[in-house]
Design a protein around this ligand. Structure first.
Ligand SMILES: [Zn+2]
Ligand SMILES: [Zn+2]
Ligand SMILES: [Zn+2]
Length: 120
């Protein structure tokens, strides 16, 4: 299925109006990721795996300035580096994001793990 969230098309499984999905549906799970393989936003890697029909690609470290992270609360498309730097909240609307390393940055972005999990 797909849903338009703040004017942005998000594909996935049971996507709600703030980009939550069947797999991640807590209050703070309001982030969708644009996958570089298909240039499409999905709420999570499992949504991509179940509905895209192809292998997911990750953003290389050289492209972290791409706007590839959608805040489902305010609709801002954040750059990957802004998202990673903000860690647990939206830098624009301050809505809490899921702060766990278990949000699996490494499934989406090629980042040095020590950078991502430094204060986890
Ligand atoms: Zn894809
Ligand atoms: Zn999902
Ligand atoms: Zn926001």
């Amino acid at each position: 299925m797909e849903r338009w969230v703040h004017g942005v098309r998000v594909r996935g499984v049971e996507v709600d109006e703030a980009t939550r999905c069947r797999h991640y549906h807590k209050a703070e799970d309001v982030v969708a990721i644009r996958f570089p393989c298909c240039d499409t936003y999905y709420p999570c890697h499992a949504c991509h795996e179940e509905t895209a029909g192809h292998e997911a690609a990750r953003w290389p470290a050289s492209r972290l300035s791409e706007r590839a992270v959608l805040c489902g609360a305010c609709g801002t498309e954040l750059t990957i580096s802004a998202y990673v730097a903000a860690k647990d909240h939206c830098p624009v609307c301050q809505h809490p994001f899921n702060p766990r390393c278990a949000s699996h940055y490494e499934l989406y972005f090629e980042l040095p793990s020590e950078e991502v999990c430094a204060d986890a």
